[in-house]
Design a protein around this ligand. Structure first.
Ligand SMILES: NC(=O)c1ccc[n+]([C@@H]2O[C@H](COP(=O)([O-])OP(=O)(O)OC[C@H]3O[C@@H](n4cnc5c(N)ncnc54)[C@H](OP(=O)(O)O)[C@@H]3O)[C@@H](O)[C@H]2O)c1
Length: 229
């Protein structure tokens, strides 16, 4: 029998870290072999894993990228709020190791991206596009990485800027609505995450997928086979 895939989980004590631990317990093919929390050195825990999964903070990016490239370990990062410099570090590391970087691992939101891309193409410039996102009050970054990614997908095809509106409150796991507003009508595409389990399951799927890939920077669309749709 194939031995389970060993994960080093960074940010294990956090909301997403706990969700990943819960999801991994229900998957016999995966084991959380080691964990890393703030103040613990990644390079001291990385050797006995097959893949690193990160749900921590953007300020950990440099340490994570250095540790993964030195140890030649694939990386799945779901952390959001990266600066341009941190994004450059991820791109540089992806020349050496395979990395899946995704602001949202849920299947539904990746389907929403696909629908939004098609809707944006079909509706054209006569419809204004706005994004509304809502998250729990503890979320550190705004707008959400998912909203920024949706704006990038939609804005790349239009000359107008796609505005993002952020709401923070209570325990909202993550809502995203794309509004296409035309003259006398509008279309709204909404995704609502009701549990972090969906992100955790997607991240574990990405971890299983990335181990056999060549070096490169991949998105969740690549993992799900949606990038060519
Ligand atoms: N891609 C997705 O599908 C997805 C879904 C949900 C959330 N996210 C993103 O994932 C990240 C974590 O979200 P969350 O809600 O789990 O946040 P959280 O509850 O604040 O958890 C983050 C954890 O990481 C720890 N941490 C911070 N810096 C660290 C470091 N350098 N090394 C190791 N651990 C470190 C934090 O410790 P302290 O508390 O001591 O700072 C905390 O325990 C955020 O960027 C969020 O936007 C992504």
């Amino acid at each position: 029998m194939k031995s389970p895939q060993r994960i080093l989980l960074i940010g294990a004590a956090g909301r997403m870290g706990q969700a990943v631990i819960g999801a991994a317990e229900r998957q016999p093919a995966i084991v959380i072999a080691a964990t890393c929390n703030r103040g613990e050195r990644i390079d001291q825990r990385i050797n006995d894993c097959d893949v690193v999964v990160d749900f921590s903070n953007a300020d950990a990016t440099q340490e994570i990228c250095i540790a993964c490239t030195r140890a030649s370990k694939p990386l799945v990062t779901g952390t959001t709020g990266h600066s341009a410099a941190a994004k450059a570090l991820i791109e540089e590391a992806a020349r050496v190791i395979p990395i899946v970087a995704a602001p949202n691992f849920s299947i539904g939101i990746n389907m929403l991206s696909l629908l939004a891309r098609h809707a944006g193409d079909l509706l054209g410039e006569s419809f204004d596009v706005e994004i509304v996102e809502a998250h729990h009050r503890e979320k550190k970054d705004a707008p959400s990485g998912t909203a920024k990614r949706l704006a990038q997908i939609l804005g790349g095809r239009k000359t107008v800027e796609v505005a993002i509106h952020s709401i923070r409150g209570g325990d909202i796991v993550g809502d995203h609505t794309i509004i296409f507003a035309g003259a006398g009508e509008r279309i709204e595409l909404t995704h609502r995450a009701s549990s972090r389990e969906t992100f955790a399951i997607g991240a574990l799927r990405a971890a299983s997928w990335v181990v056999d890939r060549p070096a490169g920077l991949y998105a969740m669309e690549d993992v799900l086979g949606l990038s060519r749709q």
